[in-house]
Design a binder for this molecule. Structure first.
Ligand code: ZN
Length: 155
């Protein structure tokens, strides 16, 4: 079963995820015994819409356990810079993803706290995204400075 690749916010903002991104999520689905994994989401902003073109895969320097994932910038940042340069600044940082060993993933208190910090990170006026990869479904959220986390709907 494949994850849904098109999502929409209340304001009509669309989030489209390329096949490669969905494949990365599927390859890291957290089946029993596996640790959480994650990375950064890179893509294009087209007006208010997002096109996610790359999700970095977990690196050996990340700290992960079955119930936590702490991303180290090593590796993820290099890929982000490489894509930024190759695309002449068109493809940039959009947000973060990580896995949960749940069919329908729900954010933990720590996730929510980290997402509020992410929304406050520069540039603050730029909305960011967070994805939790569950066993059967994705949880896709839009993070905006000073606003509640918005859960996107399948489009
Ligand atoms: Zn989490």
């Amino acid at each position: 079963m494949s994850f849904i690749n098109s999502w929409v916010a209340h304001d009509g903002r669309l989030v489209l995820m390329c096949d490669k991104v969905i494949s990365t999520f599927e390859a890291h689905r957290q089946v029993s015994g596996m640790s959480e994994s994650g990375g950064v989401l890179l893509g294009r902003r087209r007006g208010k819409h997002f096109e996610v073109v790359h999700a970095t895969a977990p690196m050996l320097t990340d700290q992960c356990s079955p119930v936590s994932f702490i991303r180290n910038s090593a590796g993820h940042q290099e890929q982000a810079i490489a894509l930024w340069e190759q695309s002449r600044g068109e493809i940039g940082y959009i947000g973060e993803w990580h896995t949960h060993a749940e069919d329908k993933p729900r954010p933990s208190r720590i996730d929510t706290m980290q997402w509020f910090e992410l929304a406050e990170r520069e540039p603050v006026h730029c909305p960011k995204m967070a994805v939790i990869v569950g066993l059967r479904q994705l949880y896709v959220a839009l993070l905006r400075y000073g606003e509640a986390i918005e859960i996107l709907k399948a489009y």
